[in-house]
Design a binder for this molecule. Structure first.
Ligand SMILES: [Zn+2]
Ligand SMILES: [Zn+2]
Length: 274
């Protein structure tokens, strides 16, 4: 995932004009957040060396711990400030985000909670911002940084041995998948940093269920898209079959082009696993 792809995606999103105003506003918010960038010259401050990264992969651990990201704290603060101004334009309930921009430990506490996947207690009461809005802002701010890390670290992933439900680079969950052009193998794409990793086709990427009676998928009429569902955890993930595509597929764009699949899955009582 590179800034160049992000640019192509934001251009395509600018051309999308959904008729429904709520959807149009969502697409616009997503586009604006994807425009956030770190400078081209910026390289992640990797304190861990390449062999340490390979060692973590080998032990089945994702590479970037929250502490590793603190080296980029200044970059993150700047991106968070930009992301929060964008989110405030779209939500009247986001004014409390200002409290996280001021100096103090609040932003670090929230960012750590987001990265380590536990919703902090009492933060909503303290700041008046819902965890949903705060997560959206933190995720938007982390994305360009994490994507830059992914460019450096994802080539080190041994795809034959990493079969985990989380991203090998950042530990994020997948929110879209694809079937490869060559063999139809299923790859997951990280919702945070866009790293791709190989995963079993016959296993739920959220709860590891392998009982084939409770796993299924639906396809659209062109069999281009699939909606994988799991009855055990009631999660779903969308996938695109690259054997039926031509040219490059831009996953950040596909996430948006397939929003109707999310609507159908939610209506049927499934939740997004990522
Ligand atoms: Zn990731
Ligand atoms: Zn499941």
């Amino acid at each position: 995932m590179t800034a160049e792809i992000d640019t192509k995606v934001t251009e395509r999103l600018a051309e999308l004009k959904p008729a429904e105003s709520r959807l149009a506003s969502y697409v616009e918010l997503y586009r604006r957040l994807l425009e956030l960038r770190v400078e081209d010259s910026y390289l992640p401050e990797l304190e861990l060396n390449i062999s340490e990264a390979a060692k973590r992969f080998g032990e089945g651990k994702y590479v970037l711990r929250f502490e590793d990201l603190l080296l980029d704290w200044e970059q993150f603060q700047k991106l968070f400030q930009e992301a929060s101004s964008i989110v405030k334009e779209f939500s009247p309930n986001a004014s409390g985000l200002g409290g996280f921009v001021s100096p103090g430990p609040l932003l670090e506490k929230a960012a750590r909670a987001w990265y380590e996947n536990y919703p902090p207690e009492d933060m909503e009461g303290e700041t008046g911002v819902s965890w949903e809005l705060l997560s959206l802002t933190i995720g938007g701010a982390f994305h360009p940084l994490l994507a830059r890390y992914s460019e450096v670290l994802s080539p080190l992933v041994n795809q034959d041995s990493w079969r985990q439900r989380v991203c090998p680079v950042c530990g994020g969950r997948p929110n879209i998948a694809y079937l490869s052009k060559e063999s139809g193998a299923r790859w997951l794409v990280c919702s945070w940093c866009d790293t791709e990793w190989l995963f079993l086709r016959l296993e739920c990427p959220f709860c590891s269920n392998q009982d084939q009676d409770s796993l299924a998928y639906f396809t659209d009429e062109n069999e281009l898209y699939r909606l994988y569902i799991c009855e055990a955890c009631r999660s779903y993930i969308k996938a695109i079959d690259l054997r039926r595509t031509e040219g490059d597929t831009l996953f950040p764009l596909e996430r948006i082009l397939t929003l109707d699949m999310d609507r159908q899955a939610l209506q049927a009582g499934y939740k997004p696993g990522g």
